[in-house]
Each structure stands twice: as structure tokens, then as C-alpha cells.
Design a protein around this ligand. Sequence first.
Ligand SMILES: *[C@@H]1O[C@H](CO)[C@@H](O)[C@H](O)[C@H]1NC(C)=O
Ligand SMILES: *[C@@H]1O[C@H](CO)[C@@H](O)[C@H](O)[C@H]1NC(C)=O
Ligand SMILES: *[C@@H]1O[C@H](CO)[C@@H](O)[C@H](O)[C@H]1NC(C)=O
Ligand SMILES: *[C@@H]1O[C@H](CO)[C@@H](O)[C@H](O)[C@H]1NC(C)=O
Ligand SMILES: *[C@@H]1O[C@H](CO)[C@@H](O)[C@H](O)[C@H]1NC(C)=O
Ligand SMILES: [Zn+2]
Length: 308
Amino acid sequence: MRARGPAVILLITCVLGPHVTCQDHTEEEEHDKQPAGPGHHHWSYQDILEWDKDYPECGGKAQSPIDVDTQHTVFDAQLRPIQLSGYNLSTAETLELENNKHTVVLKLPGTMKIIGGLPEIYQAAQLHFHWGSKSNPGSEHMVNGRRFPGEIHVVHYNSEYTSVEKAANHSGGLAVLAAFIEKGPDYNEGYEPLLSHLEAVKDGGQITEIPGFDISRLLPQRLDRYFRYNGSLTTPPCLQTVNWTIFNQTIRLSETQLDLLEDTLHHDHDQLLQENFRDPQKLNGRNVLSSFKAPVLGRKAAGEGEVM
Ligand SMILES: *[C@@H]1O[C@H](CO)[C@@H](O)[C@H](O)[C@H]1NC(C)=O
Ligand SMILES: *[C@@H]1O[C@H](CO)[C@@H](O)[C@H](O)[C@H]1NC(C)=O
Ligand SMILES: *[C@@H]1O[C@H](CO)[C@@H](O)[C@H](O)[C@H]1NC(C)=O
Ligand SMILES: *[C@@H]1O[C@H](CO)[C@@H](O)[C@H](O)[C@H]1NC(C)=O
Ligand SMILES: *[C@@H]1O[C@H](CO)[C@@H](O)[C@H](O)[C@H]1NC(C)=O
Ligand SMILES: [Zn+2]
């Protein structure tokens, strides 16, 4: 940790990182060996317990992720199915894919929207992943104490704001769709348009352009069964402005596909980028709502099983 004098000028500029990443350029940073500026992120998953020193909101009372205890979720009949619009992108469109040393981020056009299942319209900004390693699962959210191999986050912002950065500073400004990634017996074709380009961004800081595809195929089929709670970005600056949706149905990737996600990307020092997740945070009295009452029976027989 750097020592901070009382007169440090803290100028925060937000860019779109794993969620929204803010970099503070302090006087001391002028003397750092590594120059400040885009691409320089001084937080890491190794100093997770120190995040709140530089980013006080990381020590707040409504942080994410959480461990969803299904015995204590509250059924809410008002929670309509999540309805997506504009998710089937044309291959003529190009999307920027970046390894930002914390995760792999795919930038998304604002024409992709959530038009049902939330109180307002939200437009897409980006999606990214959290994962573990061969020996450790790496989802951020957990369900009944169980961690899944990986998790996708599709970040949206309330369309009443002009940018994701502005929205990120207002309660309910952001809406993230989250789904768990598990290992399944079959190759998941819907993930091919993304996974086939990971190699092109294997080094930290690399960016490539990929053709548009049907982004909805990165999410589960059942968009009507989900958990809902008020939380935060799971990376600094940990802003507590996210309306979370965690789907109950999981996504399944083949073992080869999961290995590719876990073992392709590197961050700075030629080291594998793995285990990029934060542990569950205290609920502090928050409610977790559920859009569904009973587990769907016979899912496994139907080959779609997420009910464990
Ligand atoms: C997505 O768009 C492609 C190309 O326009 C089309 O072939 C495909 O059927 C669409 N998928 C869905 C789910 O609508
Ligand atoms: C918005 O930013 C201001 C100034 O940084 C801060 O005081 C306030 O708590 C933020 N609001 C939210 C909802 O994060
Ligand atoms: C999140 O969405 C729920 C509807 O499910 C709504 O009641 C709640 O006010 C929203 N939270 C915020 C902080 O806007
Ligand atoms: C989330 O916050 C909003 C606004 O403060 C509140 O109306 C809503 O009840 C909260 N949702 C839950 C599930 O507690
Ligand atoms: C889905 O919901 C069922 C019923 O509450 C629960 O047993 C199961 O653990 C949930 N799975 C996920 C991934 O949310
Ligand atoms: Zn995330």
C-alpha cells in the first residue's frame, strides 16, 4: 500500500473495466514506476482485503457478490421474466474484445436492451466473466454455499442516463444479469463465437475485434427464474448501485470449453489470469427476492438440469 499524505488530490476517472473501473491519479502516482493512465489498474485480487482503503465503498453495507440462501429468499409474484431486445447481433457488426488483466470484456452496443423484468429500461454496456482454475471453482455469487466453476455478468445501465459512468453513481443506475457456468457433457455452440477469439487476447492489455453474434446464447434459456437483490460492483470502486438478477438456470460448457476459459488468458508477468472472483459479502439485512416458487421438476431428465 502506498502511504497517503493529507493533501493528496484524488481525481477519479471512470472507464469501463470489468464493470466500471475507476483509476485515481494521485500525486504519488506521478512517481510510480508504472505510469498511470488507461490500462493501469492498481487493484488486484491479491490485495482484496485492502480494496476499501483506496475505494471506501468496498467496505459498504450493500456489497456484492452474496451467497444466496434459498431457504431465505422471498417469492415476489411481481418479478416478470427478463425480456431482452436487440441481443441477436448481426455478423456485420464488430465488437471489441479486451483482456484488461482482470477479466475478458466484450463491449456491447446500446441497442441491446432489457425491456422486461426490471422497473426501467436498461441498455447494455459490456459483458465479462469470472472463473477459477482446474482445482477451484470461480463464480462470484454462490447458492446455498456452493460455488460454480464460472459466472457471466452482462452489465447494463438505466437508459435515463447518458452513459454507464453517470448511471454507475446513482441508485438503480446499473442492472447486471448474472448466470453460473458449469461443466456439462455437451459442446455449447452458443459460446463458440466468443471462445474462439480468446487466444487473440491472451496477453494482458490485448484488444481484438470480433464479429457480432447472438449474445442471448451466452445466457440460460430460462429467463423467468431468477434471484433479485440490491448490491454493488464486485470490483473497485464497488459502487452500490447495481440491481442484480441471478438466473436459476445455469449455463453448461464442455470440459474443453471450460478449460479454454480457465487456461488461456494471462495478466502481467506471463502468469495465468485465474481465480478472478471476490468472496461473498454480508447481507446486512438485505432481502433477496425470487421470481419463482418451486424447483422445476424433471429438468435433469430434460437434459437442461440446473437443480442440484
Ligand atoms: C439471429 O439472427 C440470425 C441472422 O440474422 C438468424 O439466422 C437467427 O435465426 C437469429 N436467431 C434468433 C434466435 O432469432
Ligand atoms: C455519487 O458520487 C458522489 C461524489 O463522488 C458520492 O458522494 C455519492 O455517494 C455517489 N452516489 C452513489 C449513489 O454512489
Ligand atoms: C431493483 O428492481 C426491483 C424490482 O425487481 C425494484 O423494486 C428495486 O427498486 C430496484 N432497485 C433499485 C435500487 O432501483
Ligand atoms: C432495493 O432498493 C430499492 C430502492 O432503495 C427498494 O425500493 C427495494 O425495496 C430494494 N429491494 C430489495 C429487494 O430490498
Ligand atoms: C435453483 O433453485 C432451486 C430451488 O430453489 C435451488 O435448489 C437451486 O440450488 C437453484 N440453483 C441455482 C443455480 O440458482
Ligand atoms: Zn463481474
